[in-house]
Design a protein around this ligand. Structure first.
Ligand SMILES: Cc1cc2nc3c(=O)[nH]c(=O)nc-3n(C[C@H](O)[C@H](O)[C@H](O)COP(=O)(O)OP(=O)(O)OC[C@H]3O[C@@H](n4cnc5c(N)ncnc54)[C@H](O)[C@@H]3O)c2cc1C
Length: 337
């Protein structure tokens, strides 16, 4: 029984549409969704990846302006898992990834993409069936077949679904389609939490420690990281900086007007960067990094239909966790299809 007006609309669309049915539709073309898609394609399955963004990559995002490149979400890649390390070696051999050549204050190897962090998802998405600029609105399952409906009322169908958007967003899409998960599964997925992060991208002049350093972690409660994108080896032109506000600052300033937030962040970082003019953009990551993750690698349910949940909300977190979670979800789906 469809409970809301949107639900009635979905029922109407479902009755009218006769569209191709994929083995699996993957929501999200971040690294988790792309790894899942590759695994499914390698197993001979038909897939479609849908993403609301202008391009692939999700939180592995790079902006380009005036020959300056800014990594404004994820910065570096690291990991300890054996399977993940094999992938890192493969991506290094393909020339997409490189080990960092500066000392880090943490143990273990760190990698970056010289072309900007989004180069890795772009590389991974080659030859995959990906549709961007496509925001999914609702998912509904009837007789083991999924119907995926977008904001533009496009309809796609599949025998299974892998959801890789941050979990609160994934659960919202199911709710919009009146699709109910078994209680224990829904409870586990709802317990995953992410922190927000306000990022500021700017053209400026480095001062002090930041002059030749790729990263500075300033003391104080407002800023967690300042990134010098040219010293990091990402921006061809100097002066491209990214500031990541702390969780505390991001929560406090989340609904503040952009100008006020920018002013506060420039003040907090004035010791390291002088902003004069040029590029200045703010980006609000509502779900930046996981602060409380699910204990499994991924979750698969067979009610209301075959569906898997993956991403960095699961065991491992960050890029490493997202990659392994995507692969694991796809393997589970292949087994059950
Ligand atoms: C500021 C910041 C700094 C970080 N630093 C690091 C770091 O240095 N190292 C590290 O390992 N990790 C870092 N991370 C975390 C890392 O970026 C993520 O863990 C990883 O990219 C998550 O990948 P994912 O595929 O799980 O999710 P995402 O990359 O979020 O992909 C999910 C995709 O789903 C899409 N989507 C959502 N809703 C819909 C919808 N309704 N319809 C269609 N598509 C939808 C989104 O557009 C997105 O592309 C950082 C993240 C942030 C934000």
């Amino acid at each position: 029984m469809l409970k809301n007006e949107f639900g009635k609309e979905i029922a109407k669309i479902m009755r009218q549409s006769s569209v191709q049915e994929y083995d699996c539709i993957i929501i999200g073309a971040g690294i988790s969704g792309l790894m899942a898609a590759r695994e499914l394609v390698n197993a001979g399955k038909t897939i479609l990846v849908l993403d609301k963004g202008r391009g692939v990559g999700g939180r592995m995002s790079t902006r380009v302006a005036n020959n300056q490149r800014f990594d404004h979400g994820a910065q570096v890649i690291s990991g300890t898992d054996k399977e993940f390390k094999t992938l890192i070696d493969e991506w290094c051999s393909a020339g997409v990834l490189k080990p960092v050549d500066y000392p880090t204050d943490e143990s273990g190897a760190y990698y970056f993409c010289p072309g900007g962090i989004r180069e890795l998802p772009i590389y991974l998405s080659k030859e995959l069936n990906v549709k961007v600029n496509c925001r999914v609105k609702a998912l509904r399952c009837s007789m083991n077949n999924w119907t995926v409906i977008t904001d533009d009322k496009e309809v796609f169908k599949s025998y299974s679904v892998i959801m890789t958007s941050p979990l609160p967003q994934s659960l919202e899409l199911l709710k919009n389609g009146d699709s109910t998960l078994p209680g224990e599964i829904a409870e586990g997925l709802s317990s995953v939490q992410y922190e927000p992060c306000i990022a500021l991208l700017l053209n400026g002049i480095a001062k002090g420690e930041l002059l030749n350093m790729p990263f500075v972690k300033p003391g104080g409660a407002s800023v967690s990281l300042i990134i010098n994108n040219s010293a990091k080896g990402v921006s061809p032109e100097p002066g491209a900086f990214t500031i990541h506000a702390s969780r505390e600052f991001s929560e406090k300033y989340w609904d503040f007007p952009g100008e006020e937030t920018i002013e506060a962040l420039l003040k907090e970082t004035g010791y390291y960067i002088k902003y004069e003019s040029g590029y200045l953009r703010i980006h609000r990551w509502k779900y930046s990094r996981t602060i409380s993750s699910h204990h499994d690698r991924c979750v698969v349910a067979e009610t209301p239909g075959l569906i898997a949940f993956a991403g960095d909300g699961f065991k491992g977190c960050d890029i490493e966790g997202a990659v392994l979670s995507g692969i694991s979800a796809a393997q589970e789906i292949v087994r059950k299809l």
